[in-house]
Design a protein around this ligand. Sequence first.
Ligand code: GLV
Ligand code: MN
Ligand code: MN
Ligand code: MN
Length: 419
Amino acid sequence: MSQKIQIDQNRLFAELTKLSSFTHVEPSPDGTAVTRVVFTPDDLEARAWLRGIAEAEGFTVRVDPVGNTFFRMEGTDPSLPAVATGSHADAIPHAGMYDGTVGVIGGLEAMRALKQAGIRPKRAIETILFTSEEPTRFGIGCLGSRLMSGTLSPEKADALKDADDRTLAEVRTAAGFAGDLADVKLAPGHYSAFVELHIEQGPLLERAGEQIGIVTSIAAPASYRFQIQGLGGHAGALLMPDRRDALCAASELILSIERHALTIGTIDSVATVGTCDVYPGAVNSVPSRVALMLDIRDTDPARRDAIMAAVRADIMEIQTKRGVAISESLVNADAPATSSAAIVDALEAICLREGMLYRKMVSRAYHDTLFMASVAPVSMIFIPCRGGVSHRPDEFSTAEDIARGTLLLAEVLAKVGSD
Ligand code: GLV
Ligand code: MN
Ligand code: MN
Ligand code: MN
């Protein structure tokens, strides 16, 4: 006999709080700051602790060569592809405690709640802990799901380097994740559905007093590296008319990027230069070389490309005017993802039945779902976060909102697990 699905809100919140203690930084005055970079001791300890929760519940655990970890509850028909949920547990420097983690702890809680209620769908259910959704260490986001979807080749992935010039191959092996990355790729039809629970990371739900966002599409992200080569020299002796200052040229480039993202005229176009390395980095030395990283996203990839074309025209001018050389290299340019109409309908029907206030919406942040969309029908569940704040220590969602999102997740997994 199955009973009503019940989410243990206190356990959920206690586990999220515990997970936030696996961090490289001390709690900050403006919130619980978390830094958990892939394959550092903090990340490995968090993984081991999550694994312990799953094993205590009797879920089986599979770990692939890049460290993606799959917690599985069997269904009644082993011949059918499983359904899956999950998210990431890595956190950018000085982040909050909810980004990603809500979807991992929420996935495990949804599986436990189904088990507790005596609901065992035909299909197995898996919660996936994805490796390195954040680009912090290896410069590219969604490392685990990119490899699962075959979007990134195993050779390119293993050759990626961190700031200490260590390759992914080296770092993952040292962390205990060995084997051929080619084995990470999922066979077509491996999962029949994938649904990720995540905080909104934007203000729309909270502003409208809504409880749930049903994601219908995910904007297309891209990132580029720029290297600006100028001429260095003594900050006192190199005369102003003779300068080819790489940082001044980089500043013009940054402002060009901002101008074109703004003037293209849609709120769906966003561009950010988030890193700037200045060489040699001394107050009394004219910068000779600058490296920048640009993150640019749009719901329409053609518009994203149009912004880049306008920036490249400005680059020609900046080079001539300032006597510098600017080179560009692509890190990634991904396609947008569209949710499955059937999963969106299923989510909507549950919201209506349970009296959850919802809206359908676009995700402007990227998620592992962006890549899972190329191997399975997908959607996402968003819950509100205070002030729309994310990637900051003061990121916050209420226990009630997290529990509500988790209940919706459990309900939809039961539904798609029975289809
Ligand atoms: C990933 O966290 C993103 O930047 O959307
Ligand atoms: Mn993030
Ligand atoms: Mn995230
Ligand atoms: Mn993200």
